[in-house]
Design a protein around this ligand. Structure first.
Ligand SMILES: [Zn+2]
Length: 439
């Protein structure tokens, strides 16, 4: 097992100043250390009472051109580049203090923020990092044609396809996002804009700080910028930069593979929202449930009087419910100590599907035992039909194993419909057949 990763903050306060993109005003940003589980918060030093805003997706206000977050009437604009740098460089906890409503735009890339983070230093704290582990594919699609798919992976990876109008400047890049890769390959990539999109904004004076110093302007086939392109595929790199920044609003690092086609702030934010929703669902599911004991069910001892199975092959901890004569529910808490996790798979523990079938068979046998009401015969698992594994089961999951008797022929054979449920979702199912034999 890899050593646990710890949360990190910055070692000391560091600051830098520059121009705000939208107002054109001068702004000073101070990056400050914060305690564990604090997350990233923006602080408006220029306002009365110096309000703070959590960099969380629930505070997202608008995604036009840039990502804006806010609480109450307080806003912070264009947070995606600094969030991208903090997230990719492994800073979990920090205060971003500013004396204006947006960070200095710098050169339109995340380079100034990486420099700032390195100036402040990154230090480990004494609490483990909390990740969002992708368990099953998720996806979002936007009217703009943006498509984002998130797949399980034990690393944070992004594979991105960027395409301009008429598929001009189509670029593809795939990478694992680590601090070193981010600093070298992604941080220097600058914002790019289309001439037709920015002219109306310039006319309305909405981007007073905007210039060729902090953006690449694409006009037709021409690429206008103060300095030459930093990478042949600088555009897709900046798209990846923005994805990292917008997904940072999830509030915890992601272990998963983002596959993005024509991404934009709106679609990125939508994916962040889905992830946050899934995270909330999981934490509420993790809350302890009341599992009844007593009359309704059987405790471990009673289960072991019926089943001959023993560690490590006893796959049911307790029977929590009998419904009539033909339904039963058992429960099994899956822990990392299950011996099968050592080899299935090293570094990525998933409960083998056959063990779930075994759990169904054991719970069903208990139902059959109750049915025959005789201790001289025992149901033997004979065959399984229509077995489906729908979702992976991980250490820490509690499996509710349901079995229903669908057919019984005298004292010779029985058919049961079984399914396993984790977090209110069916993870596996199948039809199990039993034959009765003398003990
Ligand atoms: Zn950007």
């Amino acid at each position: 097992m890899p050593a646990p990763e710890f949360q990190h903050t910055v070692g000391k306060t560091a600051s830098f100043s520059g121009t705000a993109l939208h107002t054109g005003d001068k702004v000073t940003l101070k990056l400050q250390p914060a305690p564990v589980d604090h997350g990233i918060k923006f602080k408006r030093k220029d306002l009365q009472d110096e309000p703070t805003i959590d960099a969380k997706i629930e505070n997202l206000k608008t995604v036009e051109r840039a990502t804006t977050i806010g609480e109450g009437s307080v806003r912070v604009h264009t947070v995606e580049h600094i969030l991208s740098a903090l997230s990719a460089m492994g800073v979990d906890n920090a205060i971003v203090e500013m004396d204006a409503n947006e960070p200095p735009i710098g050169d339109g890339s995340a380079q100034p923020y990486v420099d700032l983070i390195k100036k402040a230093g990154v230090t480990a704290q004494d609490e483990p990092r909390k990740f969002f582990d992708v368990r099953e594919p998720m996806h979002v699609e936007a009217k703009t044609g943006a498509l984002l798919v998130l797949l399980p992976d034990d690393k944070f990876r992004i594979s991105c396809t960027q395409a301009g109008p008429n598929n001009q400047f189509t670029q593809f890049l795939s990478m694992e996002v680590t601090p070193a890769v981010f600093e070298r390959e992604i941080a220097p990539a600058r914002t790019f804009v289309y001439y037709e999109d920015v002219t109306p904004l310039m006319e309305k004076n909405l981007i007073k700080g905007g210039s060729l110093e902090n953006a690449i302007v694409v006009r037709g086939d021409a690429v206008l910028s103060k300095e030459p392109l930093r990478f042949g595929d600088e555009f897709v790199r900046h798209k990846i930069l923005d994805i990292i920044g917008d997904l940072a609003l999830v509030g915890r690092p992601i272990r998963g593979h983002v596959v993005a086609a024509k991404p934009g702030h709106a679609a990125n934010a939508e994916l962040a929202r889905s992830i946050a929703r899934e995270q909330t669902r999981r934490s509420s599911m993790a809350a302890p449930r009341t599992i009844p004991t007593g009359d309704g069910g059987l405790d471990t001892d009673e289960v072991m009087q019926i089943l001959p199975h023993r560690y490590p092959f006893l796959m049911v901890d307790r029977i929590i419910n009998f419904e009539g004569d033909n339904k039963i529910t058992g429960v099994k808490s899956v822990t990392i100590n299950e011996p099968f996790f050592q080899g299935h798979f090293p570094g990525h523990p998933v409960m083998p599907g056959v063990m779930q079938v075994e759990a169904m068979a054991q719970v069903a046998s208990i139902l059959l035992y109750k049915l025959t009401k005789t201790s001289s015969r025992v149901g033997y698992f004979m065959s399984a039909d229509g077995v489906k594994f729908r979702k992976p089961v991980f250490p820490g999951d509690t499996i509710f194993i349901h079995a229903e008797l669908t057919r019984a022929r005298g004292n010779r054979m029985a058919k049961t419909k079984c399914y396993c449920v984790v977090n209110d979702a069916v993870v596996s199912e199948g039809e199990l057949m039993f034959t009765f034999l003398d003990k």
